[in-house]
Design a binder for this molecule. Structure first.
Ligand code: ADP
Length: 705
């Protein structure tokens, strides 16, 4: 039983163990199948990753291929020759253009792997200056930085621009890029442009020269005609002759205006017209322009009106002469193109501030008018829209274009409103800076005897001008020597002393500028220093600069008027130089020459002898003291006092009508007042004092006892 029980127990245990085993087995199986499943999914995931990686690599490969394709087709088609080398200067890549530029008849691929230097040896053979090419390459290799070579000329005439740049990878030089650009066409175009510019400049220069010459050729005889007409006017003429002379003068002046117009147009075109900047009264300028043409309106019996012209503060800063020129042109046109009706000039103030004044100036006429299609073109040079073959109205067609340029240069604008057969209104607007009223200089009457007998050399090849200027100066009491060319002028200036030389510029043999240079080189300092004034018909400012730079002291442009010539000479005299002429040495009075004229005093005294004697006595007693005071003031250089004493003496001398002292004392007074020509004052005072002594001696004899 026990055994059975034992067996039974054993069997039970066995059964239990089997169940347990089965459960364990089942669990193990379960775990194993789980692991197998997860291994499969890991493998699957791995496979998927692999595929993705391959896809990315494929894509990247494709992209690299495309980028390479793009890059190589870009390099292949570049208009520049390219050579890429590695850090050891081994060629990595070149393009077709590179081979073309240097005449290499091989495909670019064949150059790859060679040393850049070996290729440059081949390149050098095509260079116009191989040595220079070598130097530059070496310089670039040594510098190792980005650079642009000076242009390289090839033997086939091409010009190349070469640049060199390191290629950096992670801040390390990984190679170099060479680029060669063919700039033959661009260089040629640039050279053509430079040549064209030079040609244009040359043609402007030729044109200016031509104008300067033509102006000289025309102004010189005009100077002669107008000057001779002036001289003729000073002689006794019958009424009819005076009329003829008047016609000669006015035709001459008209011709002169045309010559000046042509010159102005040329100067405006080349931007060489310079405007003045002075203070002036705009109302006065406008009124004066109006008045100067009243006679024309009267000739045509045309109502000619001025106004409204209300400008409260008329003083402005600008160029009154050029404003006058514009006004005269518009007024002349209005009068010319109006047969009936009226012409009116007016000014409107458009705006005014403390500092600025904007005005509109109008010239309105009721004349023949201008067709709408011509309103703009009349402002172009040489255009006349009423110019029939009969040349009824005359003119050059330059006036309006000059006026427009002048107004524009003054910062304004000009335009016209017009209707055919009804009339025209020309308007221009200008803005000025307001100005103070200029201090008025008293207009001095010129004393042509005031400079004494100056010794002058006049060098001039034009006979009429020579005669004219010589006559004028001899009338002033000058001693005039003449020379008809530059050589003669130099010869005379080297053998004789002159107070001043007047030098025409364009002369045969030797021109005025070269003659001046030779005079400045004379060995005797006083002769080399003589003041030389250019007499010139050239009207360009750079001509003047050229004269002054070459030793001329000043210039006077032809045609000149008597006062201008006198003032030019007077202002250029060298005060430190003793005068070469006679009169300014000691004043000589011949015994029979009476320095005074007592007619005026007699008429004042009306036969009252005592009064007459008293007057003389007072003069004789007081004048010496005044002369002493004058001398003292001069020694002290007290110029206001010199002026005052001269003024006092002037009245006394005038009473006795002392003609020899009249100009002298006036010049002294004015020089001392303005503190001008101070170096000449001692001589003037000495002169006055000597003459006064003789005068007093003579007057003492006049006292009736
Ligand atoms: P010019 O008067 O010497 O011919 P402008 O340049 O002054 O030259 O004038 C050009 C042209 O404009 C004149 O020829 C004329 O045809 C026209 N013109 C100018 N002003 C007037 C005006 N006030 N009335 C009619 N036409 C005019």
């Amino acid at each position: 039983m026990n055994e059975l029980e034992d067996l039974h127990t054993i069997l039970g245990q066995e059964q239990h163990a089997r169940v347990q085993l089965e459960r364990i087995l089942h669990l193990t199986n379960k775990r194993l199948s789980n692991t197998a499943w997860s291994m499969t999914s890991v493998q699957e995931a791995l496979e998927e990753q692999q595929t993705e990686k391959l896809r990315v690599i494929e894509k990247a490969k494709k992209e690299i291929f495309m980028a390479n394709l793009k890059l190589s087709s870009l390099i292949r088609n570049l208009p520049t020759g390219v050579m890429l080398e590695d850090e050891e200067h081994k060629v990595l890549h070149t393009n077709e253009r590179f081979c073309q530029i240097f005449d290499f008849l091989v495909p670019p691929g064949l150059l790859e792997g060679l040393l850049a230097n070996d290729i440059f040896d081949l390149v050098k053979e095509n260079c116009a200056e191989p040595g220079h090419f070598d130097d530059e390459i070496i310089r670039l290799y040594l510098a190792g930085s980005e650079a642009l070579l000076p242009t390289i000329a090839l033997t086939n005439g091409s010009v190349l621009e070469c640049s060199y740049a390191p290629i950096l990878a992670d801040n390390e030089v990984a190679g170099h890029l060479w680029q060669f650009k063919d700039i033959t066409e661009a260089t040629k175009a640039q050279q053509d442009l430079i040549r064209a510019k030079e040609q244009a400049e040359e043609s402007v220069r030729v044109k200016e020269n031509f104008l300067a010459n033509i102006s000289h050729e025309m102004r010189t005889p005009m100077n002669g005609i107008l000057g001779m007409a002036d001289l003729l006017g000073k002689t006794d003429l019958a009424e009819e002759q005076k009329n003829f002379l008047h016609l000669i003068k006015s035709s001459g002046q008209n011709l002169m205006m045309i010559i000046n117009d042509i010159l102005d147009a040329a100067k405006l075109n080349s931007g060489k017209l310079h405007l003045e900047r002075i203070s002036f009264n705009i109302v006065e300028t406008v009124t004066a322009a109006y008045k100067s043409l009243v006679y024309k309106a009267e000739e045509k019996k045309l109502p000619y009106l001025l106004g409204p012209i209300e400008v409260a503060s008329p003083y402005v800063e600008g160029d009154p002469y050029r404003l006058n020129q514009v006004l005269l042109n518009l007024l002349n046109n209005a009068l010319k193109f109006t047969l009936e009706g009226e012409v009116r000039l007016s000014i409107l103030v458009l705006a005014e501030t403390d500092t600025n004044l904007t005005v509109e100036i109008q010239v309105k006429d009721s004349g023949i008018g201008i067709a709408p299609e011509n309103l703009d073109i009349i402002f172009e040079g040489f255009t006349q829209v009423h110019a029939g073959s009969d040349r009824k109205f005359g003119g050059t067609g330059l006036g309006l274009s000059i006026s427009k340029s002048l107004v524009q240069q003054m910062g304004g604008k000009i335009w016209v409103e017009s209707k055919l057969n009804e009339g025209s209104t020309f308007r221009f607007v200008l803005t000025f800076n307001k100005a103070e009223k200029p201090t008025e200089k008293p207009t001095e009457e010129i004393d042509y005897a005031g400079l004494g007998e100056l010794k002058v050399l006049l060098a001039e090849d034009n006979e009429v001008n020579l005669f004219l200027t010589q006559t004028l100066m001899e009338n002033w009491g000058f001693q005039v020597d003449t020379a008809v060319n530059g050589l003669e002028a130099v010869a005379k200036a080297s053998t004789q002393a002159y107070d001043v030389i007047l030098m025409d510029i364009q002369m045969p043999e030797l021109n005025g500028v070269d003659a001046t240079r030779k005079i400045r080189n004379l060995s005797e300092p006083a002769r080399a220093r003589v003041p030389i004034i250019a007499l010139t018909a050239n009207a360009f400012p750079e001509d003047y600069q050229h004269y002054l730079a070459n030793g001329l002291n000043d210039y006077l442009s032809k045609p000149y008027k008597e006062p201008a010539l006198f003032q030019k000479i007077s202002s250029n005299l060298d005060p430190a130089q003793p005068k070469a002429g006679k009169k300014t040495s000691a004043p000589k009075v011949t015994p029979e020459e009476k320095l005074y004229d007592l007619t005026h005093l007699h008429s004042m005294c009306r036969g009252n002898e005592a009064f007459f004697n008293k007057m003389l006595q007072v003069f004789i007693d007081t004048v010496p003291a005044s002369v002493v005071s004058l001398e003292t003031a001069m020694l002290r250089q007290d110029w206001p006092n010199v002026a005052e004493m001269a003024h006092k003496l002037k009245t006394s001398f005038d009473t006795m009508r002392v003609s020899r002292l009249k100009p002298l004392i006036r010049k002294l007074e004015s020089d001392a007042k303005k503190q001008e020509n101070l170096a000449a004052i001692p001589e003037q005072v000495e002169h006055i004092s000597n003459l006064t002594r003789t005068l007093l001696d003579q007057l003492r004899l006049e006292i009736k006892t």
